[in-house]
Design a protein around this ligand. Structure first.
Ligand SMILES: [Zn+2]
Length: 196
């Protein structure tokens, strides 16, 4: 067994979705509340995600929480649409497209050492909502439907993309939901033994 679960939470916020756009969709877990309810919360989340705060034309930090929440809601619905193969709302696709058009950086090509060099902007250098929209677009180009999962704990609202080789991941996090389940089933087994 490997123990790679230490990075499931950063600053108490879940970063376990295996993709930036899924972590963003997970930023309002039912059990923990909305981490993006305030501008300060958004700033903390961006720092934990390794993204820069959006900067307006005059250099001032832009905090449009309405836009943040709208994109998050659209991506949560898109997760379900991809998982179930259901046609998403055109307005959700439009919203992602708007962020792609507004802030995503096209790749830049140059010639170096006898080859074409393709440079892409890092997510950390883009407008954050554009970076998240770009991550969704990259993801949507190739993914396996069966690996899009909701945590197996019915009381947990977190979602993730299972990147495990065997595709058998059930929990958002072993430390959060997996261990609780293990303890519970151990207790149930123990109780049964006592009864019989
Ligand atoms: Zn969970």
């Amino acid at each position: 067994m490997t123990t790679q679960q230490d990075s499931d939470f950063r600053d108490g916020m879940p970063f376990l979705g295996s993709r930036l756009w899924i972590d963003f969709a997970n930023s309002a877990p039912v059990a923990l509340g909305d981490f993006l309810a305030t501008p300060e919360g958004w700033t903390s989340w961006l720092a934990a995600a390794g993204l820069k705060a959006g900067v307006g034309r005059k250099g001032a930090a832009v905090v449009d929480l309405g836009a943040v929440h709208a994109l998050r809601a659209a991506l949560s619905r898109l997760f379900d649409a991809l998982q179930t193969g259901t046609r998403p709302a055109a307005s959700d696709l439009d919203l992602v497209n708007q962020h792609l058009a507004a802030g995503a950086a096209p790749p830049r090509i140059s010639w170096r050492d006898g080859e074409v060099l393709v440079e892409r902007k890092e997510a950390g250098d883009m407008d954050p909502l554009a970076a998240i929209a770009t991550d969704f677009a990259d993801f949507a180009a190739h993914y396996e439907t069966a690996r899009l999962r909701h945590c197996a704990n019915p009381e947990c609202s977190l979602i993730f993309y299972d990147t495990a080789r065997n595709g058998a991941r059930r929990w958002c996090s072993m430390s959060a939901c997996g261990n609780r389940h293990k303890v519970r089933s151990h207790r149930m087994r123990a109780a049964k033994l006592e009864c019989s």
